[in-house]
Design a protein around this ligand. Structure first.
Ligand code: PLP
Length: 421
């Protein structure tokens, strides 16, 4: 196949990466390659494919919307699907205002800009932003600055604004010291909140990109209490956890926290269309209304409220609302396969929430450049299962519609590959 002379792939080092596989079709959890092979897409194509590839009701909704109204400028105009989606997401998230953008990074950027300007519009600007160690909020410059400093963004160090950091007290099966780590993290947060803070941003229950790191709901509740007491705004980045991934429709519901702003994307359209939304409370919205033009939220993307994206999102939501067991029962499906792995000598720190399961390979030097994860990836690929370990962290994040036989095949491939490492 080879590298295409005119394409540039994301986060890919051409000098060392294997050449890309060519996909010609996809159905359910299966990717169809041009050489005739089929692969199970065990990571939902970078966490976006929610129900399955080619989900008929979503495909049909997009097709019929394309013939009705494919796009219209969203300043000066509105349209029925945007209104329906806003009404539904407002009632599901408890946040009354919906602002559209194009992806997870822009949904986060919008949340950040709303939070920042809200303080300014009230005439009491606040300068400090707080995020967590290991955070990932996207690749555009503002979202990137909120994320942990790492190999991925060191080239842009001087472009990024300062963000205060709180430890992320990740936990796993059989973890005995989590409370001490939580208390230490809360002590750091307490100290930081002595400085007037505009906003605190976090990934509810699960940090994805940094390695599928889970925290307990009680930790987030303690964070919320402190943030509320300080007056700072709370931004939940549910780009990855939203729409059933975490076992509930939104991870914030499961953790019983109510943020002021919520960023959503990935599963929003069932993985069919690139779209992001930022949900905001009415209290924030009100501070942007007035005769002074500087109160305006001057932000807008060309494809704001794209009707095809709205159609896909409404069709996907309907599936979720009709069949809550699809996401509500997934944790049990993983659990039966994870239990036998508990005593495996090559791995540790098993964790599991909703349709996401993860463990760490035991290695001398953990990190993203860890070779063992890539070795496991190659071996699973040869067995028809596509994984993409985060360094030494191996995880499964399949479409909700994956069959039991396919899920079993994923775990069987992992077992066999572990034996071959
Ligand atoms: C993927 C992700 C983003 C960025 O979303 P993009 O659509 O890739 O821009 C932001 N936050 C979290 C938590 C994510 O997992």
């Amino acid at each position: 196949m080879g590298w295409h002379p005119h394409l540039w792939h994301p986060t890919t080092q051409v000098a060392t990466a294997p050449e890309p596989l060519r996909v010609v079709a996809a159905q359910g959890s299966l990717l169809q390659l041009d050489d005739g092979r089929q692969l199970i897409d065990a990571i939902s194509s970078w966490w976006v494919t929610l129900h399955g590839h080619g989900e008929p009701s979503i495909a049909a909704a997009i097709a019929s919307q394309a013939l009705q109204l494919e796009q219209v400028i969203f300043a000066n105009f509105s349209h029925p699907l945007a209104e329906q989606l806003a009404e539904q997401l407002a009632s599901l998230t408890g946040l009354d205002r919906l602002f559209f953008s194009d992806n997870g990074s822009t949904a986060v950027e919008v949340a950040l800009k709303i939070a920042w300007q809200w303080w300014r519009n009230r005439g009491e600007p606040r300068q400090q932003l707080i995020a967590f160690e290991g955070a990932y909020h996207g690749d555009t410059v503002g979202a990137m600055a909120l994320g942990e400093r790492s190999l991925f963004n060191s080239a842009y160090e001087s472009l990024m604004f300062a963000v205060a950091r709180v430890p992320w007290p990740a936990t796993w099966w059989g973890d005995e010291n989590v409370e001490a780590r939580e208390l230490a993290a809360l002590a750091v947060l307490d100290r930081l909140l002595e400085t007037p803070t505009a906003a605190v941003i976090f990934e509810p229950l699960l940090q994805g990109a940094s390695g599928m790191n889970l925290v307990r709901p009680q930790f987030l509740q303690a964070v919320e209490r402190r943030v509320r007491a300080s007056g700072a705004l709370l931004i939940a980045d549910e780009v990855m956890t939203g729409f059933g991934r975490s076992g509930s429709l939104f991870a914030c519901q499961q953790a019983q926290i109510q943020p002021d702003l919520m960023a959503l994307s990935k599963g929003l359209t069932g993985g069919f269309m690139p779209m992001g939304v930022t949900m905001a409370s009415e209290r924030l919205y009100e501070a942007f209304i007035g005769l002074d033009p500087t109160l305006t939220f001057f932000h807008g993307h060309s494809f704001t409220a794209n009707p095809l994206g709205c159609a896909a999102a409404l069709a996907s939501l309907e599936l979720l609302v009709q069949k809550p067991d699809l996401y509500g029962q997934f944790e049990q499906r993983h659990r039966q396969h994870l239990e036998p792995l508990k005593d495996h000598p090559r791995l540790e720190k098993i964790r599991n929430i909703g349709s996401i399961a993860a463990f760490d390979l035991i290695v001398d030097q953990p990190g993203y450049l860890q070779g063992l994860g890539r070795q496991l990836q190659r071996q699973c690929l040869a067995k028809g299962v596509y994984l993409r370990p985060l360094g030494h962290v191996v995880y499964l994040l399949p479409p909700l519609g994956i069959s039991e036989a396919q899920l079993e095949q994923c775990y069987a491939a992992i077992w066999q590959s572990l034996a071959e490492l």
